[in-house]
Every structure is written in C-alpha cells, then in structure tokens.
Design a protein around this ligand. Structure first.
Ligand SMILES: [Fe+2]
Ligand SMILES: [Fe+2]
Length: 480
C-alpha cells in the first residue's frame, strides 16, 4: 500500500468541506491508489430509496455528466451492492455468470465507445452500518493507456485481494468524510435558503423592489467573473470558489438593513398618502363653500379649483412643474377659518414640504433614514459569528453606497479603502436602481441613459471608473 497517498487522502478528507471537491478528491486519490481508469460515486437518497449518480471520472474520455438515479435492487451492480452492503469484484463485466441476479448494462459503452471490463464496487456505510453511498472503480490498468474495446484485454486487468484490503481500509474514513461533507452541504444550503428568503421578505416591503437583490447578485457575479478573465484591465483581480461565495453572500445581504427602516418611509408610492390627500381635499371643499357663501365670483372659485388640481398632481412623484410649485405656495399661504373658528392653512408646513419634493417621494429626512440601512446592514451582520474567511463580510456588504471620493455612506471610505466587491456592487446597484421596471410611479430610465448616468457618476467620483467602463463598454448589463 502507498502510505503517502493514504495519508494525503486522509488529511485532505478531514479538511475539505465542499461536497463536490470532496467527491472529486475521494475518487481521484483512490483511483491513483487502485490504479484504475475510471470511477463513480453514487449517493444514497433515503427519501426515495434510490442511488443518485453524483460524480464520475474517466481518464480515457471526457464524459458529459448527467445526474440520474437508480433503484436500490438486485438488477444493477451498484443497486445490488447498496442492497446487500457487500463488496463486488468482477474481472470482466461482459462475462458475468447468467445466474447472478445483476447484469451489466452495456448502453453506456455502446454510446461512448468505451469498454468497461474489471470492476470493484463497494458500499459506503455510516457508523450505524446504514448505507450512504456506493463507490465504483472501473478498469484496473496494467499499462497507462486509454482503454478501448480493442485493447481492453491487454491494458485492463482484474482487481485483486490487495485492492480489496485497501478499499476496505479506506471505507471508514471515506464514509466519515462523506457524512461530514453532506452535513456541511445541507447546512450551507439551509443557510443560503434562509438568507435568500429573508432578503426576499425584506424586498416585499419595498415598493417595486422585488427582484432587485437577485438582479444585483446575478449581475455582480457576471461582472466579477468577466473581470477575473480580463487580465489586462484587472490583472490583480481573481475570484476563487470561496471568494465568489463571499461576493454572492454580500449581494444577497446588501440591503438587509432595510428591515430597520420604517414602512411609512419605505412604502411610499406618492408623496402623501390617500387619507392625507383626502384631508387636504376637504379643506379645499370647505373654503369653496365659504367663498360661495360670501358671494365670490366664479373666476375666484375656478382659481381655487385650479390650485387643487395642481396640488393633487404634485402628489405624484414626477418632476415638479413651475405651475405646481406656484400652486403649492399659494395653498400654503392661503389662510381660512375652519368650522371651529381656528386659523388654518390650505397646506400645512409638513404637507407643503412633502409636496415640494422634486422628482421622488422622499424628503431629506426620509432619505437620511433610508441611507441608514447600510449601517444597519453592517451592525446586524456584525453580530453574526462568521467563520474566519467570512469575517470581513459585514463590512464589505455595507460598502455598496460608498463613493470613491469619500462622501458616501455608511463609513465615508474613499478610493482603495473601499473593497472591490463594494465597488462592484455599487455599480450594479446603481444601474438596477436606475433601469429596473418597478411597477410604481417611478419610471425606469432607458438602458442607454442609465449607462450614461453611470459614466457621469464615475466622473463625479462616486463610482469606480474602471468598473463602470468595463460594465458599460462590454455590455455586461445585457447579460441578465
Ligand atoms: Fe442599499
Ligand atoms: Fe440595493
């Protein structure tokens, strides 16, 4: 037995958490130790009582992988091994005894031009002896050559007793690693499901906000992947599996802090709510009645109606016209006595301030409250005991509103102080905020115009110029 390989396998198996990497390592290391051409791993699914074909390797040919499931019964070799929990060693699967309950399915060989000959198949059992999977090794090699139907009898040999001993000695650690890997995989999926659902729940509180998070996630990852490929523009930017995951989490969680922003501020479709506008409309009606009682001219009555029309139009978050602004001012200055004889204005100070907001629905105070979401994101995430490689996730996630010039929020960082993921998210977040169809009064900016605005924001020192140019000039925004 090659103890170096054995130790390396044992060492790597306790370190690897990613299930795909784990399956790859198990198979490639054991194939080296057993000197065989191909191998596959089936994972047992207790809900369906089936074996799922999860991973395969073949030195002779590159095979398109397709996941499929087979029943645990005696008709297939893997099914038989799972059912009986017994190892099987076959010198030539084309010459199986007719009395065996299982037979070899030659369909794959016929379609691919491969020749499966010798096989060593053993069950993976957990500590309680319950089946968790099946490992299948194919074509132990006599010579390091690709296996073909023509040379199989020369190149391929049968597995032997030593292989069986080796396989048996490894099965415990493989089983344990697999169990840990699957548990980790399940926990990670559960965690991802949880944060995705949470951000969707937060989005559902925003007018027209649905889909924003997933668009930011998808587009940021496409942008980052393309930046990784381009060694000329971004020579130092690399995204490995773990870093990509970190960026993805940051995108999913970037607006998490909006959970702490009041709904009255977040869920604003118009500057004032319907009941608030109703109150103003009653004031106008009362003044109209009072004017009529005083014998005012039709012209004065029409003027009042004109003011009301402009006031109600100003409530819609579009550009405020000069007519509307003038009407709002008149209404704010107009004083009358209510039915209790109290002095009143047609528009109170607060109503006037809200209705005077140009292009949008939020006052400066509202905007400040909304901007606080980035700090909330940081504070909430910072309370989570992240694993070591995600320790900087709270900070990075909160950086999507920082400006290169240093006047962004929540930290007021500038230039290189802003993590590159923060810069990537800032570009995509701005683009989506401008161009997304929200189904509210806020009209989306046409894509070309949104791109121009991004370039302008880069010129103004808000967004990273290299990233904006790359995003716009390479048409990354079209990729969703
Ligand atoms: Fe945000
Ligand atoms: Fe956002």
């Amino acid at each position: 037995m090659d103890y170096r390989n054995f130790l390396e396998l044992a060492y790597s198996l306790v370190r690897i958490r990613d299930l795909d990497k784990l399956l790859d390592t198990i198979l490639s290391r054991l194939r080296i130790m057993l000197n065989c051409d191909a191998g596959s791993i089936f994972i047992y699914n207790e809900d369906t009582d089936e074996l799922t074909f999860k991973y395969t390797q073949n030195d002779t040919m590159e095979l398109p992988f397709k996941e499929f499931s087979i029943p645990v019964n005696k008709s297939s070799i893997a099914g038989y091994v799972a059912l009986t929990k017994k190892m099987i060693m076959v010198s030539d699967v084309y010459k199986l005894d007719r009395n065996y309950p299982f037979q070899f399915n030659k369909t794959f060989d016929r379609m691919s031009g491969y020749r499966t000959k010798s096989m060593l198949v053993f069950p993976i059992l957990d500590i309680n002896g319950t089946i968790t999977g099946v490992l299948q090794f194919i074509n132990k090699k006599r010579q390091p050559l690709p296996v073909t139907p023509e040379n199989a009898s020369r190149v391929v040999m049968a597995f032997n007793k030593d292989d069986e001993v080796l396989a048996k000695s490894m099965i415990g650690i493989v089983s344990l690693a697999l169990e840990n890997g699957m548990l980790y995989d399940k926990m990670e999926k559960m965690w991802e499901g949880f944060i995705t659902t949470t951000s969707q729940a937060i989005e559902s509180r925003l007018p027209g906000g649905r889909g924003h998070t997933s668009r930011v996630e998808t587009l940021s990852l496409i942008l980052a992947d393309e930046m990784t490929k381009d060694e000329e523009v971004f020579p130092d930017f690399q995204l490995d599996v773990d870093e990509r995951k970190k960026l993805r989490y940051a995108c999913i969680l970037h607006d998490y802090g909006k959970i702490a922003v009041r709904e009255a501020v977040l869920q604003k479709y118009t500057k004032l709510s319907e009941p608030e506008m109703e109150v103003i409309s009653y004031r106008f009606k009362l003044v109209k009645t009072q004017l009529k009682a005083k014998g005012a001219s039709q012209e004065d009555i029409d003027k009042l109606t004109g003011i009301w029309d402009n006031v109600s139009m100003a409530n819609i978050p579009d550009r405020l016209t000069s007519n509307m602004a003038a009407a709002l001012k008149k209404a704010h200055n107009f004083r009358f006595k209510d039915i209790d004889g109290q002095d009143q204005r047609l528009l109170t100070d607060d109503e006037y301030e809200y209705l005077m907001v140009d292009n949008g629905v939020h006052t400066d105070q509202d905007k400040a409250e909304i901007e606080e979401h980035a700090r909330h994101t940081y504070e909430f995430l910072n309370a989570v005991p992240w694993v070591k490689n995600l320790a900087d996730l709270p900070e990075i996630t909160a950086m999507h509103h920082e400006n290169i010039s240093g006047d962004g929020y929540p930290f007021g960082l500038s230039g290189d102080e802003i993590h590159i993921y923060g810069k990537i998210m800032a570009v995509v977040d701005s683009f989506d905020t401008l161009a997304a169809k929200t189904g509210t009064y806020k009209k989306p900016v046409p894509v070309d115009e949104a791109c121009e605005l991004l370039k302008q924001q880069a010129k103004d020192g808000k967004l990273d110029k290299d990233i904006v140019d790359f995003f716009v000039d390479r048409h990354i925004y079209r990729r969703v």
